[in-house]
Structure formats: C-alpha cells, structure tokens
Unconditional design. Structure first.
Length: 90
C-alpha cells in the first residue's frame, strides 16, 4: 500500500472511530478543516508510526508543520525515502 493510501485509510478509520464526517480528502484540504482535532492528529501520527515504522516528526530536522493533506502526505513520502535509504545503508 502506498504512503498516500495508508494515510488516507488511517484518517478514515480515525474519523469512523470518532463518528466524524470527513470532507473530501483532497491534497489541498487544510488539515485544520479536516474535522480532526489535535488529539486525532496525534493518534494519526502514532498509528502511522506503527504502520510505516517511522515518525517523520521526530526523525526530521525539518520543523515546518504540514498545512494541507497533500503537504502531510508528501512529508511522510519524503521521510519514507530517507528512512529506506538509511535502512539500506546499515
């Protein structure tokens, strides 16, 4: 499963668990407008770490917080490429 599909699936599951209705999950959706609060975003990051095996927020020197869903997904995709590269170097 791609990073994007994994992120979207996790968001949908969290929304379902919290009985929240999501707007269309497009790349330009502002995360603050997604219907997920800060706790739900924290749960999302924790679930993605379990699923993907890394947390780009703790593993990255880039402190810019993603604003849109597309930014969030690209942040994970970028971190995944660095994570895979570092694992292959071991």
């Amino acid at each position: 499963m791609s990073v994007k599909a994994t992120v979207i699936s996790a968001i949908q599951q969290i929304a379902e668990d919290n009985k929240k209705t999501l707007p269309p999950l497009t790349d330009d959706l502002v995360l603050l407008d997604s219907g997920l609060d800060s706790l739900a975003i924290a749960i999302l990051v924790a679930r993605l770490e379990e699923t993907l095996g890394f947390d780009p927020f703790t593993d990255s020197d880039d402190m810019a917080y993603p604003v849109t869903l597309g930014d969030f997904i690209r942040f994970y995709e970028h971190a995944e490429s660095h994570y895979v590269d570092s694992r292959q170097a071991e």
